[in-house]
Design a protein around this ligand. Structure first.
Ligand SMILES: Nc1ncnc2c1ncn2[C@@H]1O[C@H](COP(=O)(O)OP(=O)(O)OP(=O)(O)O)[C@@H](O)[C@H]1O
Ligand SMILES: [Mg+2]
Length: 261
C-alpha cells in the first residue's frame, strides 16, 4: 500500500538578520498534494522553503514544522534531507571542481543499498538527459558552473530524480527554461506527483496550468494572505498582488538602511 506522508506547518514565525520576515504561516500537505506558492517578489516564498530545510540564515521564533507527526524544527538540513525532503533552489549552487557525473554518482550511491556501477548510472542518467533535452557533454563539466539558466534547473531536476525523495520543494523550477522545456518539466512532474508532496513556487501561469496544483497560497505581507483550492489559483493570479501592501522586503531594507545613510 502507498505510504501517505504528512507535512504540517503551524503558526510558523521566522526572522532573518534579527528582523521579522514571516508570521503565523500554516500549511497542511499530504502525499498527492501539489501546493502552489505565489506572491510578490521579496515576500518570503523562498525563505519559507529554506526554513523548512533548516537554512542557517532563518531563525524560527515561534511555531512548528511536523513531518509525519514528529517535529523537525530542531533537525539539521542533513537529517531533513534524509527524511526525504528535496529542495530545488531558485538559484542553484555552483560547485567549482565537482564534475556533474561525479556528483550524480555520489547521489545515486547515497540513495542505493549497493554501489552503483557505471553502466547502471549511464542507464539512469542518459534517458533523463534525453527526456529533458540536455546535452550529455554537460556531464564532464563542473556542477552548474557557467551553465545557462535552463541547464541549471534541468540539472537540479536530474538530481531530484536520482534522489527519488518524497517531499519536493521546488523553487521556480521553471525560471530560465524555454517554452518547450516548460512542457517537458511539467510532464515529468505530472508523472510523479501522485506519490509526492510537492510545494511549488512559480510565477509562471503556463507551468501552473500544466501541473494543476491542488491548492494555492499567496505569501504577502509577511504571512499567508490568501489560500484556496487549485481551481481558484488562476483567478488569484489574474487579480495580481497589487492589493497587498508593500512587501516585508521593503520594510527590512528600509530598517537596515538607517545605518547606511
Ligand atoms: N540569507 C538572507 N539574509 C538576509 N536577508 C535575506 C536572506 N534571504 C532572503 N533575504 C531577504 O528576505 C526577503 C524575502 O526573500 P525571498 O527570497 O524569500 O523572497 P521571494 O518571495 O522568494 O521573492 P522572489 O519572488 O523574488 O523569488 C528579501 O528581502 C530578501 O532580500
Ligand atoms: Mg524566491
Amino acid at each position: 500500500m502507498k505510504k501517505i506522508n504528512l507535512l504540517k506547518v503551524s503558526n510558523l514565525c521566522v526572522s532573518v538578520e534579527g528582523h521579522s520576515l514571516l508570521k503565523n504561516l500554516n500549511l497542511n500537505a499530504k502525499t498527492g498534494d501539489v501546493i502552489a506558492i505565489i506572491g510578490p517578489n521579496g515576500a518570503g516564498k523562498s525563505s519559507f522553503l529554506k526554513t523548512i530545510m533548516h537554512h542557517y540564515a532563518f531563525k524560527v521564533t515561534k511555531g512548528d514544522i511536523k513531518f509525519n507527526n514528529k517535529s523537525i524544527i530542531k533537525a539539521n538540513t542533513d537529517e531533513i534531507a534524509k527524511l526525504g525532503f528535496f529542495y530545488l533552489a531558485q538559484n542553484p549552487m555552483e560547485l567549482e571542481g565537482v564534475k556533474l557525473i561525479d556528483l550524480y554518482k555520489i547521489i545515486a550511491n547515497a540513495h542505493s543499498d549497493k554501489k552503483i556501477d557505471p553502466i547502471s548510472l549511464h542507464n539512469i542518467v542518459t534517458p533523463k538527459f534525453n527526456e529533458l533535452n540536455m546535452d550529455l557533454s554537460l556531464l564532464k563539466r563542473a556542477n552548474n558552473v557557467n551553465f545557462s539558466g535552463g541547464q541549471k534547473k534541468k540539472n537540479e531536476l536530474v538530481q531530484m530524480f536520482l534522489m527519488n525523495n518524497n517531499v519536493l520543494l521546488l523553487d521556480e523550477v521553471d525560471s530560465g527554461c524555454d517554452v518547450d522545456s516548460l512542457k517537458i518539466i511539467a510532464s515529468e512532474i505530472n508523472k510523479i506527483k501522485k506519490d509526492k508532496i510537492i510545494i511549488l513556487i512559480s510565477h509562471q501561469e503556463q507551468l501552473l496550468k500544466q501541473i494543476k496544483p491542488t491548492k494555492y497560497i499567496i505569501v504577502a505581507n509577511q504571512t499567508i494572505a490568501e489560500s484556496g483550492n487549485g481551481a481558484n489559483l488562476f483567478k488569484a493570479l489574474e487579480k495580481g498582488f497589487g492589493k497587498y501592501a508593500k512587501s516585508t522586503a521593503n520594510k527590512i531594507e528600509m530598517d537596515s538602511l538607517r545605518d547606511v545613510f
